[in-house]
Design a protein around this ligand. Structure first.
Ligand code: AMP
Length: 292
């Protein structure tokens, strides 16, 4: 085995640092077909010319970001997501900009949006739901370990990789925090009671949202859905949790959901305990991937 000298190691380290700091431009990429469009721009499949690496290039218009006053949110998203490395978190490799646009170089999630899969299937099998919930719990344990809370876990923010592996995609609402927070954010159906009340919240907001997601995976609709926003708020605050007779869902799954959707934040099932819950043990695929 060759042993690298200190000089070789130093050279390697500086090459890697240079690669990390590389200033990207549009010329570094061959742009392919559009993958989708979001509120602030478009996403294209692209190939990085030197490495032939396939990525998703998200193109955002500065004017629209300014108009909606989300530049700050985008900066935060880039800052947080670029430092996270987990198989179930979408990688953000880098970014660059020109006069009019900001470009995000993202991992390509070949199987697209989970939301569309859920719409197509209406609801998922327990095996599929448990596999997804376990992989998301592991990703959130990793985030929380880095003092990052996501705050916006919902099907629309989940993408699927080529192997069927789930990827948390949108860190637009996430925060890097050591303190309890007091801002209103997230989407109505997935909001925990403490955020409905604009009270302090911490990492346990992600446990609540994962409970909502588990319910939606199994029943096809979120648990506190209502016609009027005010009714959804009311049902969330009362934790008005009902399990319809159809589709048939095991009592173990209902038990897990009931332990996550708890009003008192400190009584929500911790994520490492979720991974030991009988429903997860019996249903989640040990590979962490649901192939479809
Ligand atoms: P967004 O602006 O993030 O909402 O993205 C718009 C659409 O582009 C999404 O709904 C996806 O269909 C697609 N998309 C975004 N990011 C990726 C990605 N990393 N890999 C594959 N498709 C993506």
């Amino acid at each position: 085995m060759a042993i690298a000298t200190d000089t070789q190691l130093a050279q390697k380290a500086s090459t890697e640092a240079a690669a990390e700091k590389k200033r990207w431009t549009l010329n570094d990429f061959d742009i392919g077909k559009p993958l989708g469009r979001g509120k602030f721009g478009h996403v294209y499949i692209a190939k990085e010319k030197r490495s032939n690496h396939i990525v998703a290039l998200k193109v955002l218009f500065k004017s629209q970001l300014k108009q909606s006053q989300v530049e700050h949110q985008l900066r935060r998203e880039v800052e947080i997501q670029s430092h996270l490395r987990h198989p179930n978190i979408l990688r953000l490799y880098g970014y660059f900009y020109d006069q009019k646009r900001v470009y995000l170089i993202l991992e390509n999630a070949a199987k697209g949006e989970l939301y569309k899969e859920l719409q197509r299937c209406k609801y998922f099998s327990e095996r599929r739901a448990a596999t997804y919930i376990a992989s998301l719990a592991r990703a959130l344990i990793y985030c929380h370990g880095k003092h990052v809370i996501h705050r916006d876990i919902k099907p629309e923010n989940l993408l699927v990789g080529a192997q069927g592996d789930l990827k948390i995609a949108d860190f637009g609402w996430s925060v890097h925090t050591f303190n309890r927070r007091q801002t209103m954010c997230g989407t109505l159906d997935y909001l925990p009671p403490e955020m409905v009340e604009s009270a302090e919240h911490d990492a346990s907001v992600d446990i609540w949202s994962l409970g909502i997601l588990c319910y939606e995976f199994l029943y096809g609709i979120p648990p506190f859905e209502a016609k009027e926003h005010s009714d959804t708020y009311r049902r969330i605050l009362l934790v008005d949790l009902k399990f319809p007779p159809k589709p048939v869902v095991s009592s173990a799954a209902k038990d897990l959901i009931s332990q996550m959707l708890v009003r008192e934040t400190s009584k929500r099932l911790p994520l490492h305990k979720l991974l030991e819950h009988p429903w997860i043990i019996q249903n989640a695929d040990p590979s962490g991937v649901y192939k479809f």
